[in-house]
Design a protein around this ligand. Structure first.
Ligand code: BDP
Length: 592
């Protein structure tokens, strides 16, 4: 799915700004036809943003159900006779959009884009009403899963993951125009053959008739390096400038649809990084060279606007990752805004790209909400959920397949993985991921209770990612015991599998400003000492090819006795001030 761009044949208008907004806790909006106009009590709401914390209002904060947004747009008159698309970069967790009261698209899943052809509904030159109902409910058949608890005090959303259920329109919304005869998708994969970089491309078109495809690869100075014609083919680049960690060198692929007399009917330009990714035994290779992941599990999370994509926070976070010496991160626990991946492409930051399949695990219910359930059953996570999960994987890959920064897919975080049912659930999903993208390794983040003697799915994957909390959730306060247990477990993994191991989570909560001579849980010293303990163990094993600290920054969670105003495992506070651990990590990752 191509993101909208301004090109010689295409034009886009951002719909970012203040929209009208109303909650529909009783589910009356469709009967009252809010799609043709929100009620008088509607208020203003920024787009993009999570709506939950914009104003101090518990109704908004804890809302369960639909939230309606509405804006009036004006499509330029010269868009007449063009294909006009309405595109949402995301709507959390599902949405139905309307134009002038007519439903145009519905979408399931809170973190991938969707769009609708609205050419026949908008009236270029005149005002048009765009409305969207965004539903934040998590169910057994949503990814991530959850359920709505009908309590005597009203509905309460329960879920099995450890971040606040922020909702709304978190990313930009666009209206854009393309020619009727247009390029609809481009897929690029790259390989190295001796001195050559090989860029294989495939272009899909719609309503293109006899028009032909021409692709031209340009270097970053705009000089042509290769050219080809046809919907699919290969471009060979002698002595290519590779995309590599730390150096996001990008070519651009100018794709043109050419009609009679070579006239350009449609044009689209895609950034291309030439690089390879491969797993070899227990090594993770980028361009044939072993790569060691240093960085974080992150969240899209900040005060006030919640999960809003914000360019200022994005650049600030990348600058802090650079300061500390990180070379990579995981998009825990859902696909991030497309701008984040584009930035990582340009700057050579390596990304593990994750679906929103977090909390497929009954044993987490007790930790996070005092509820317990059977993970996989007809009534809970079932075949329908798996189909929604498969669709989430397909949508992630369709969106992110062309990003050189993405070196691996992570299809789930901490699922139940020790039962026959879990194997039956995941086996087809791993196959589906490989089918959708045969070029990248597939991984998943293993839960602490899924030890090497119990786990039943690790052999399905190319890479093992471990989330481990020795010294925090187990052996609390005892780093000597924690080190022994961690080392023994790691040895057992190495004995069982010969694949790369990345620590995708390890860490401890620390209250910024809380100090203690002997450390102790919740102090800044203990957090730093625990990370140092993990590092000592990692350095004893060649199969460990990466360390992603949990977490980059403190983040909001649902309330709970284990959480003090959110999760405090950040090495930066939520406002991005460094704790002691941040300085220590900088020493390890950047050197003295
Ligand atoms: C793991 C989860 C992560 C949590 C973390 C924690 O993968 O989302 O935030 O532990 O407890 O269970 O801090």
């Amino acid at each position: 799915m191509l993101p909208p761009r301004d090109t010689p044949t295409r034009e886009r208008k951002s719909l970012v700004g203040l929209w009208r907004f109303a909650l529909d806790p009783e589910g009356i909006a469709r009967d009252q036809n809010w799609a043709e106009g929100l009620p008088a009590h509607a208020r203003e709401m920024p787009v993009p943003a999570s709506y939950n914390d914009i104003v101090p209002d518990l109704e908004l904060h804890g809302h369960v159900g639909d939230a309606w947004y509405e804006t009036t747009i004006r499509v330029p008159r010269h868009w007449q006779d063009r294909r006009i698309m309405l595109r949402f970069e995301s709507a959390t967790h599902r949405a139905e959009a309307y134009v002038n009261g007519r439903s145009v698209v519905a979408h399931e899943g809170g973190y991938t884009p969707f769009e609708a052809d609205v050419s026949d509904l908008v009236r270029p030159g005149s005002p048009d009403l765009v409305t969207v109902a965004v539903d934040n409910r998590l169910t057994w058949q949503s990814i991530p899963p959850g359920f709505v608890d009908q309590t005597p005090d009203g509905p309460r959303q329960r879920y099995f993951h450890d971040f606040f259920n922020y909702a709304g329109l978190h990313r930009p919304v666009w209206i854009y125009a393309t020619p009727l005869s247009h390029i609809s998708d481009v897929t690029v994969t790259t390989e190295l053959e001796g001195e050559f970089g090989v860029v294989a491309y495939e272009v899909e078109t719609e309503n293109a008739g006899d028009a032909g495809v021409q692709v031209t690869l340009l270097d970053d100075g705009g000089a042509e390096v290769a050219r080809a014609t046809g919907h699919a083919g290969e471009l060979r680049v002698e002595d290519p400038h590779l995309w590599r960690p730390g150096e996001g060198y990008l070519y651009s692929l100018a794709v043109e649809l050419r009609g009679e007399a070579e006239a350009v009917v449609d044009s689209y330009s895609l950034q291309v990084g030439i690089r390879t990714v491969e797993v070899d035994g227990s090594r993770f290779l980028i361009n044939g060279e072993p790569f060691y992941f240093k960085g974080f599990g992150k969240h899209e999370d900040a005060p006030v606007a919640g999960k809003r994509h914000d360019d200022a926070w994005m650049i600030h976070d990348f600058a802090l990752m650079d300061w500390i010496g990180a070379n990579s991160f995981r998009t825990s626990h859902y696909p991030y805004a497309e701008a984040v991946l584009e930035y990582a492409d340009r700057h050579g930051i390596v990304v593990i790209d994750e679906t929103a399949a977090v909390g497929i695990n009954a044993s987490l219910g007790g930790v996070l909400g005092g509820v317990s359930f059977e993970t996989f059953s007809k009534e809970t996570i079932n075949d329908e959920t798996r189909e929604v999960h498969a669709q989430a994987i397909r949508e992630l890959i369709a969106r992110d397949k062309n990003h050189p920064c993405v070196v691996m897919w992570s299809i789930t975080n901490e699922p139940e993985s020790w039962t026959e049912a879990s194997r039956a659930y995941f086996e087809p999903l791993v196959a589906e991921t490989h089918r959708a993208d045969p070029t990248r390794p597939v991984g998943w983040a293993n839960f602490m209770e899924a030890t090497p003697d119990r786990d039943r799915i690790c052999d399905l994957f190319d890479v093992l990612m471990l989330n481990r909390y020795q010294g925090w959730y187990a052996q609390t306060g005892d780093l000597v015991a924690a080190e022994r247990v961690l080392e023994a477990e790691l040895q057992a993994w190495v004995d069982r599998l010969e694949i790369p191991i990345i620590f995708s989570e390890y860490g401890a909560d620390a209250v910024a400003g809380l100090h203690g001579i002997d450390g102790g849980p919740w102090t800044e010293e203990y957090q730093a000492q625990l990370l140092a303990m993990f590092h000592r163990v990692f350095d004893r094993f060649d199969a460990v090819v990466g360390e992603h600290v949990w977490h980059f920054a403190e983040f909001a969670t649902a309330p709970g006795v284990m959480r003090a105003d959110g999760n405090k495992k950040g090495v930066f506070t939520r406002e991005r001030r460094p704790k002691t651990a941040a300085h220590q990590l900088r020493q390890r990752w950047r050197g003295p």
